[in-house]
Design a protein around this ligand. Sequence first.
Ligand code: SF4
Length: 303
Amino acid sequence: MKKDELIKLIKQEKESKNIKILAHTYQSPDIIELADVTGDSYMLAKAAQKLDCETVLMCGVRFMAETVKILSPKKRVLLSAAGATCPMALQIEPQRVLEFKKEHPEYAVCAYINTTAELKAVSDVCVTSSSAVRIIERMEAKSILFIPDKNLGRYVKSKVPGKSFAFFDGCCPVHDSVTADDVVRAKHEHPGALFAVHPECRPEVTAMANFVGSTSAIIDYILSTDRDVIIGTERGVADYLKAKHPQRGLYRLREDLLVCRDMKMTTLQEVYSALISGEVIEMDEELRLKAKRPLDSMLKYGG
Ligand code: SF4
């Protein structure tokens, strides 16, 4: 089927069923154009609470659909591509966290929002990449187990020197694949360009950046300057911004890097199929309430 026809069918289907589409910023520009709300995972989950509809379709990965369900239990939450998971969200077993807590009761467990509901359920507080520093500064606990992303955890540690941190060996395989050599090469190819990077990258990479921030913060940073920018996060952000601002000098860090395979599982065909008979996210109420607790704590600390 031609792309235009598929887009027309998607619009008809979502309108006739009053399904709102949530699209993560890493989705392709075609999907973002169809979305009712675009943003990062927590922003999408918060926005879904206010949407006047019974059903939402999450174009992203599984933990994002779960987070929507945790905050909006009465909504029917569909996932755009059933196989789309976040590899990082699956790297740590909840049992490992429980064992750590038993051995080190003085540690508070701080979970990046990119975690499964099961992992949230054994954590004390959730953070996003934009709120992590602020929340950990405000927490009473002096010792923090930061899961699952050791790179983001190390970045936060560098900004909160008064607390002690423990990490497991988790990371985002997409952002962790960037090396300092990649940055040197990109800066050489685009002299004078600023470099903006996500804190899921390695410390030696974030140390070379003019700006370190979440996906939304990177977008705001790029829109706040006229200068050329090398973009060090998933390529969807660069593709989106380049499509919106074709005259700007915006460069992907490396053409073949920073592609999240799971995020790219959502195609227009997947969106259409999901609107007709997509996977509905189901969650046991006991698990949902346990997983909601660290999200509530995040709000308490100003997340
Ligand atoms: S970009 Fe990294 S953190 Fe985001 S969904 Fe993909 S693997 Fe997970």
